[in-house]
Design a protein around this ligand. Structure first.
Ligand SMILES: Nc1nc2c(ncn2[C@@H]2O[C@H](COP(=O)(O)OP(=O)(O)OP(=O)(O)O)[C@@H](O)[C@H]2O)c(=O)[nH]1
Length: 675
């Protein structure tokens, strides 16, 4: 069930709502009324789509099924619409249609005289049949200016008449390659853009008007429609001016060189001042008596057949698209309502502002606690930078690795530093007694070498924390942009203070490590004893000059100790000093990493729980902060968003009502048919 193709057969591409009553759309009626009756199930659907079009639901990105009339300039588009409507439209040489003309034809058997209404620029003007062409020209001038410029702002003509087919079509400006005098230079591009906007949506049916006097493949309108509808499944061709170029027309429409999926209808429009009745009888006579034109299949000629095909196609496309339109309206309405609810309420008193401010502080605090203290990152699942607990551990591990890689043992200078210190601190005393000053001297050198690392670490850590804290605060203040600058400033000031505190603390612990060699950790003695157990082997190598000088020392590795044989007087003491230091250094490094971890967690906790709130409040209340009253001025961005969403919600609600009525009718009708 679907469109009739070139041969008059029905193709499957679009489902027809109910083909039976459409048979009543008589193809043998030649005078207006062109179409005698119309399926009463389809008319409400068309009304519904027209109402949605009138509401401008398309501005919400919801496309409506539309028959779009395209054609090269003077191909006869307006004449085709005239023939279908039985009324005069501006016709002539050169560009006549300068704005999209939405033409709504509504069959009304109860009226004797046609009822015409022109709608544009939020106006609705009744017009009579004689002056309709002038009224359209006047309205076009008002929309697109006098002269030959064009505009994409549409004009709607509602034609209620006895006998017209119930059709809504959009006539578009004709395509012209070359601008004539008075036309903008880029007329082609302007027309192209307007046409594309209408024919790109899959919901559009392209009524391609081709003049019989031209070669179809050379038509710009064919090139355009082929761009968006390659297979031609939503393109119907109307061939005008059949009377002017009857030779070869049969071959042209049967060869179908330009791939028109929905078929061809050849017509002869009104010429000059003849009446519509005369035009229809002449057309009938032409296609039944002309030696060449009479050979064209009867299902492919004359305006009534065109009307019948368009009515069928329109019914099919509407019934196919309507469920999707309903779904889109509902989805968009729900999404916009949710977005509107998420917008902050408009604050009208200081008390309301204070409540909103306290809510921002407490939600920011909760987020930071989750991210920085408990390692939850559900608020930022895809932003790795915000998975702070893991990032802090990574940084801490890196810091620990860095500390361990410093003062790496230089194997070729093994014990030389210790020997040098022992020699320089020589005093009068027992030879095997190791003074504490010697140990402290070596310790201080080692601590000095690594002193920069903890400072670097706290610098990097607080820079990272500043990024995270600012992101969280900005996120919670996003609805109150007026708070953002003072909140950001407060966070930056606070973090700068915290960084200084950490640097002071680091300097203090480094100073303490330099001053005192102490640990209660039993690992120290265990490790020292283990290391010292190697002293005997080491001294054997030292004392036996003929012996191999390589040794594998635990904690150092395989080394050559031959160079130490010339320092036999101090080498034993130097070995002892080294082993003590190695055992103790492990404790020092562990202490630097552990205490750092405790310090940063303690600092972060204090910042979140106590200091951040105070800092933000102080900054806001300071003379430069602007006070809590700032929150009462709604940001223009939020106000604009609220207005836009409200308008959109109103439009979608109205649209929902329009489609709800029709869906109810459809299901009622279906129930009735089942019964
Ligand atoms: N002989 C003859 N002339 C026709 C026929 N259809 C249209 N014309 C004439 O062709 C000319 C152009 O027709 P329009 O209907 O204005 O063409 P259009 O495509 O709407 O023009 P623009 O919107 O300006 O691009 C007019 O003079 C019409 O009278 C037809 O079937 N036979």
């Amino acid at each position: 069930m679907a469109y009739q193709n070139t041969n008059g057969c029905i193709s499957d591409s679009i489902e027809i709502l109910d083909p039976k009553p459409l048979a009543a759309v008589a193809c043998d009626v030649v005078h207006p009324p062109i179409v005698a009756s119309f399926n009463d199930r389809i008319r409400p659907l068309l009304d519904c789509i027209d109402k949605l079009r009138h509401l401008n639901v398309m501005q919400e990105g919801i496309q409506l099924p539309t028959i779009v009339v395209v054609g090269d300039q003077s191909s006869g588009k307006s004449s085709v619409l005239e023939s279908l409507a039985g009324i005069s439209l501006p016709r002539g040489q050169g560009i006549c249609t300068r704005v999209p003309l939405v033409m709504r034809l509504q069959n009304d058997p109860n009226i004797t005289a046609p009822n015409l209404q022109l709608e544009y620029n939020n106006k609705s003007l009744p017009v009579d049949e004689i002056s309709i062409a002038d009224a359209i020209i006047h309205a076009t001038d008002e929309i697109a200016g006098h002269g030959k410029g064009i505009s994409n702002c549409p004009l709607t003509l509602v034609v209620k008449k006895n006998g017209v087919p119930d059709l809504t079509m959009v006539d578009l400006p004709g395509i012209t390659r070359v601008a004539v005098q008075g036309q903008p230079e880029d007329i082609y591009e302007q027309v192209y853009d307007i046409i594309m906007k209408y024919i790109v949506p899959e919901e559009s049916i392209i009524l391609n008007v081709l003049s019989a006097t031209v070669d179809f493949p050379t038509c710009e309108s064919i090139r355009m429609s082929q761009k968006v509808d390659k297979t031609g499944e939503r393109t119907l061709a109307v061939v005008t001016k059949a009377d002017k170029a009857p030779e070869g027309l049969l071959e042209k429409v049967t060869a179908d060189e330009v791939n028109i999926g929905l078929g061809y209808v050849c017509v002869r429009n009104r010429i000059g001042n003849e009446s519509y009745e005369e035009a229809r009888s002449d057309e009938e006579r032409l296609f039944s008596t002309h030696p060449l034109l009479s050979k064209i299949d009867k299902s492919m000629v004359r305006v009534p057949i065109l009307a019948q095909k368009l009515v069928r196609i329109q019914a099919s496309i509407i019934s196919k698209c309507l469920p999707e339109i309903v779904r889109k309206i509902n989805d968009r309405l729900a999404a916009n309502l949710a977005e509107l609810n998420r917008l902050p309420q408009h604050l009208t008193s200081v008390a309301e502002a204070l409540t909103a401010f306290m809510r921002i502080l407490s939600s920011s605090k909760d987020s930071l606690k989750k991210i920085l203290l408990s390692g939850e990152f559900d608020e930022y699942p895809d932003e790795k930078e915000m998975h702070s607990a893991a990032r802090i551990v990574e940084m801490l591990n890196q810091y620990s690795n860095e500390l361990h890689s410093k003062n790496f043992e230089k194997v070729d200078e093994f014990l030389m530093e210790e020997i040098m210190v022992l020699q320089e601190t020589k005093g009068i005393g027992l030879p095997n007694f190791l003074p504490r000053a010697v140990f402290l001297n070596v310790l201080q050198r080692k601590v000095t070498e690594i002193a920069a690392s903890p400072e670097d670490f706290v610098g990097k850590l607080w820079n990272y924390l500043e990024r995270v804290v600012v992101i969280v605060l900005m996120h919670h203040c996003e609805n109150y942009p007026q708070l953002q600058s003072s909140t950001r400033r407060a966070a930056q000031n606070l973090i700068a203070k915290k960084k200084n505190e950490s640097v002071d603390w680091v300097r203090e612990i480094i100073g303490m490590e330099k001053l005192t060699d102490y640990t209660c950790n039993p690992d120290y003695l265990t490790t020292y004893s283990k290391f010292m157990a190697q002293q005997h082997t080491f001294m054997e190598i030292m004392n036996d000059h003929g012996k191999y000088s390589m040794i594998n020392l635990e904690g150092v590795g395989v080394i050559d100790v031959g160079h130490l044989r010339k320092h036999l007087d101090v080498v034993q003491q130097a070995f002892d000093l080294k082993m003590r230091m190695m055992a103790y250094w492990k404790i020092v490094l562990m202490r630097l990493v552990d205490s750092m971890a405790l310090h940063i967690m303690f600092s972060i906790r204090n910042m979140i729980n106590n200091e951040m709130e105070n800092e933000i409040i102080q900054d806001l209340m300071a003379p430069h902060g602007g006070g809590i009253e700032r929150m009462l001025d709604e940001s223009p961005l939020v106000a604009e968003k609220r207005n836009r969403l409200k308008k959109s919600v109103k439009l979608l609600k109205e649209s929902k009502e329009v489609v709800a009525n029709i869906m109810d009718r459809i299901s009622l009708h279906d129930d009735h048919e089942r019964d």
